[in-house]
Design a protein around this ligand. Structure first.
Ligand SMILES: [Zn+2]
Length: 423
């Protein structure tokens, strides 16, 4: 359908988009021989070979072991390399700060998390402290010769995609703040990305968790509230203004208890962690003590349930049922293949899955009722891991951002060529 010979600029743009196509194919479907890359992308095999050599010269892919002979000839599997290229994820949550760096292929290179009372500290101190953690991680990475592709921060609230402002976050008790600008200033002017913790959690689930087997997910993350990340056909649904997923304030009980957002009866007033703690414990129970690590408190609740403690089991049933009733509304609206329980819901997953599943079976219409409920395996690190991946997206969009490296590259490309020649 082309009507003229493409100019140099067109050719560059076609090449860039083909390099991106190959790199994304390896990210989304794992190591594979050139033959399979060609089939999946619709590019011819000679073109794929040239593109793979180019990516190897940039240190982005490497040849692995030969695949065992199956149908047809065996091939050398090409996989993501990029061990020298990292994305950094950072996170401010209500009770902690976290930083994680992952390689292009998603391997965790470094990770740190510290308890932090973000509401008491306020935005300025929170961003100061987060920038300190990011700078520390970055220094360590640079010292080990890794280059940092970018930094993306996960925030516990709604973020404007156009302005980078975090909307007033009731859980944090912060006013609206220019989140990306505040972090950029503290990192010496380098541009940073930012997104809601729910969206970045969903991205991590899509790339490393349940999403490896499905492209239509509803990820429900339980913290002091509940937030959703929705993935449809492998794409994150952000809504017209980027506000999608604020399910915690979905009206749930007509005359319910007051929510920190100022309304009454919001869903999170019955399924957020404080609601569970109220149902399961007395006010002086150490499980309610916010200065104790939340993982340890959840382990204690799990231990009590294992020991058949009636009050704990009743609390799990109550919260699980309310979670399932709300989830059924969302499943009827969006028809996901899988509902993923994340955050604190995942830590208590074995007690919550059954009541949630029961409500979905009772309340979801038609084939949407076949959706399954799974527990996230990424734990509380999901959002920061999604942030690290989001920081690498620019390279998947345009692999030519990484220049060919003279010393190691010819070796890497040569290795790919040599192995290719062995076939
Ligand atoms: Zn509310």
């Amino acid at each position: 359908m082309r009507h003229s010979v493409p100019g140099a600029a067109d050719q560059l743009s076609i090449r860039r988009s083909n390099l991106s196509l190959v790199l994304r194919q390896l990210r989304d479907h794992g190591p594979q021989p050139r033959r399979r890359i060609a089939e999946a992308t619709g590019l011819n095999k000679a073109t794929v070979s040239t593109l793979v050599s180019d990516l190897a010269r940039r240190g982005l892919v490497a040849a692995g072991e030969a695949e065992p002979a199956g149908v047809g000839r065996p091939g050398i599997a090409i996989g993501l390399d990029g061990t020298a290229i990292c994305g950094i994820g950072a996170e401010i949550s209500i009770d902690s700060l976290a930083v994680m760096a992952t390689s292009l292929g998603g391997t965790i290179i470094t990770e740190s998390r510290q308890p932090f009372d973000a509401a008491a500290a306020g935005p300025s101190i929170a961003f100061d402290e987060l920038a300190r953690l990011v700078t520390h991680a970055e220094r360590n990475l640079t010292a080990s010769n890794a280059s940092v592709a970018g930094v993306t921060v996960a925030l516990p609230g709604v973020l404007s995609r156009t302005t980078g402002w975090l909307q007033p976050a009731p859980g944090l008790r912060w006013p609206a703040v220019p989140a990306t600008e505040m972090l950029t200033q503290r990192l010496g002017g380098r541009p940073v990305g930012a997104d809601s913790d729910a969206n970045l959690t969903a991205l991590a689930e899509l790339r490393f968790g349940v999403g490896v087997h499905s492209t239509d997910l509803l990820v429900l993350s339980g913290t002091s509230g509940v937030r959703a990340g929705l993935v449809a056909g492998g794409t994150l649904v952000r809504g017209a203004r980027g506000h999608a997923g604020e399910v915690g304030h979905m009206p749930f009980e007509h005359d319910g208890i007051g929510c920190h957002c100022g309304r009454r009866g919001c869903w999170e007033t019955v399924v957020g962690l404080p609601a569970l703690l109220r149902a399961a414990t007395e006010t002086d129970d150490p499980v309610r003590d916010p200065s104790i690590d939340v993982d340890a408190r959840l382990r204690e609740l799990d231990r009590r349930a294992q020991a058949n403690d009636g009050r704990t089991l009743a609390a799990f049933e109550q919260v699980g049922t309310a979670l399932g009733v709300g989830a059924a509304t969302l499943v009827n609206a969006f028809d996901p293949a899988v509902v993923v329980l994340g955050g604190y819901f995942a830590a208590l997953g074995q007690w919550l899955v059954e009541p949630v599943q029961r409500q979905l079976e009772a309340r979801v219409f038609g084939e949407a009722g076949q959706c399954t409920v799974e527990v996230s395996t990424l734990g509380f690190s999901a959002a920061v891991r999604g942030g690290a991946q989001a920081s690498l997206d620019a390279i998947f969009d345009d692999p030519t951002r990484i220049p060919p490296l003279a010393a190691t590259t010819s070796d890497a490309a040569g290795q790919v060529e040599a192995r290719h020649g062995q076939r």
